[in-house]
Design a binder for this molecule. Sequence first.
Ligand code: PHE
Length: 437
Amino acid sequence: MSATLCRTRFSRHILRVVQTRRCYSTPATVSLLGQQYPKDKVSNVTSAIADKVGRNLYMNPSHPLGILQTLISSHYHDFNSMTGLSPIVTPAKNFDDLGFPADHPGRAATDSYYINRDLMLRTHTSAHEVEVFARRERQWLLSADVYRRDEIDASHYPVFHQMEGARVFPMDASGRAELEADNARLSHHLARANIVIEDVPHITPANPAQAAHDPVLAELVARNLKLSLNSLMLTLFAGRAGADAAEPLRVRWIEAYFPFTTPSYEVEVFFRGKWLEILGCGVVQQLTLDRAQVPNSISWAFGLGLERIAMILFSIPDIRLFWSQDPRFLSQFTAGQISTFKPYSKYPACYKDVSFWLPDTGLHDNDFCDLVRDLAGDLVQDVVLIDSFTHPKTNRSSKCYRVNYCSMDRSLSNEEANTIHEQVISTLKDKFGVEIR
Ligand code: PHE
């Protein structure tokens, strides 16, 4: 889970008009996919988020996310694609069933979107592992929208897309034979490719195999996972524009930790001069397969974020563009082709600051970001915390955020930015009880 976080006075008349258009009084229900869900104290799904549920950008074969999704699906052409999985899940499904500890930070309402105490928007595609394994699928792929509260900048958006893939083997001699054959096939393919792999041992004391697993089988599964994903990295990155065709593709394996896999790894790829984090993966915890009632089996799984990879492959500079309906964006892409995006224009940025004393209960950066996103929609380009201090005598804390309002497809007038910013300020006062400085 990405954990990084960093950050006037105008016409009363315009303000009143805007306020009647969208006010912050909280309705008792939230509407998602045509259904009403009762809200309670923990509800934090804003209308900006609710509007995105069901858009399914990755299903459009001519959208960059759809093109990438199709490319990965065709690499894993003999895997079954899972569909019909709702983004609305229980916290048990998203966290508990996968062994997340009770105090895991991802569970906090500051990090995840809760519809109410009992339901949330999935934060990752792994939320569906148990139900898909229960379908007795032996090799499967799943693409979906996922939701996380986060900062606002060019590479973070509270809705993004992931693909999850898994392969299950029988935990016996037949599984061992299948793994040995597949590992030989993949090694042969990779030996002929222009690729340099920086590996880590499959299993170490810090990244152990599971007690339930025969060590030889566990090694074979980890090796199969690595070979399979190295081959996917070739499909995605080898010979792409901007990469020197003579240079080998560099892939780096790193030990990692996920509550639902062990051993676990992260994969990075060196592309256009930088190491890029591509995915997380590992050998599935036996608890997951037990919950799914799949006996005598061992499995690997991986999960990757589509936006991050698509931004690199298509040279898309701002994550908001994926949601653009502007033909100048959409018409640039063709199904089945990775092409370089040509920016059509850069509109001027409009920076507005707001400084305030925090209420006693505090105010999380993500609460501020969601408030801005809800009022400004995709007109907000980034939010930066530019100052934060605690008064030594009164012990009161103050923050100053700089909001950059900038449209992706038109020139935003200063008046319009002011009107939105004024609304941000009044909502801050009404909803969070801050004192503007
Ligand atoms: N669900 C993990 C994430 O969102 C990725 C992952 C998937 C890791 C499957 C291991 C296995 O970061």
